[in-house]
Write a protein that binds this ligand. Structure first.
Ligand code: NI
Ligand code: MN
Length: 230
């Protein structure tokens, strides 16, 4: 499978069983390398929470392609109300889709949906555990460090973990290294940094720290448009 980074927290995962897109924040994202119109063949769009830098262009892409949106029940209900095809889930639950299995994990974060009429309640933020082509991947979503990440890695031996490192809204690099020690994935891909000045980070420093403190994991920083093939 191919894990393509599109900037911020957006990843497209292309597998032999279908392509999925996570947190497509493209319009208004200075780092995005693609446009919402570029997607034509998607099995599903997964959204970790209702903030604009994650919900992003999900509705537009869903309506364009017919791809269903998978998220928490609150956010799925909102998207359904906007005309999208949805599949509602919640934390701890998993479901087997034709492209693979999706399981929702906790994430310490908010999920309000900002609209012209004010903030809409979006339920809880989540992360995603994905079993694709038989292998487990973890997209942590927006979150602070929490010790149950150890349980996530113990319960589902991880090939890849996508961890935020931007600080301010989510884990910073030092906490993300600690998170890497807990989840014990073969590959760690940092995300949610350098999109805006407030989350600027030295990713080289993060990778060095990761190599020293979690040597069993391999850190890979992807530039937008780059991918990891596993
Ligand atoms: Ni957020
Ligand atoms: Mn965010």
């Amino acid at each position: 499978m191919r894990i393509v980074f599109h900037g911020h927290a957006c990843f497209e995962i292309k597998t032999q069983d279908g392509n999925i897109l996570i947190d497509p924040f493209l319009n208004g994202n200075p780092q995005a390398d693609v446009k919402p119109e570029d997607f034509t063949d998607l099995a599903a769009i997964l959204i970790t929470h209702g903030h604009g830098d994650h919900l992003g262009d999900a509705l537009k892409i869903s309506l364009n392609t017919g791809a269903m949106i998978i998220s928490t029940s609150e956010l799925a209900a909102y998207c359904q109300g906007q005309g999208a095809k949805t599949h509602a889930m919640h934390i701890g639950g998993k479901y087997r889709f034709p492209f693979g299995t999706v399981k929702l994990t906790p994430a310490w974060h908010g999920s309000g949906i900002k609209t012209e009429k004010g903030m809409i309640y979006g339920g809880l933020a989540c992360g995603f555990l994905l079993q694709l082509e038989g292998r487990w991947l973890y997209h942590a979503g927006d979150t602070g460090l929490f010790s149950d990440m150890e349980l996530i890695g113990r319960r589902h031996p991880l090939e890849v973990a996508l961890l935020p490192i931007g600080d301010n809204y989510v884990m910073g690099p030092d906490d993300a290294v600690y998170a890497a020690q807990l989840v014990r994935a073969k590959y760690i891909i940092p995300m949610h940094y350098n999109t805006f000045p407030v989350i600027e980070q030295d990713v080289g420093e993060f990778l060095t720290m990761l190599q020293r403190k979690a040597p069993e994991s391999r850190g890979i920083a992807l530039a937008p448009g780059e991918y990891l093939e596993i």
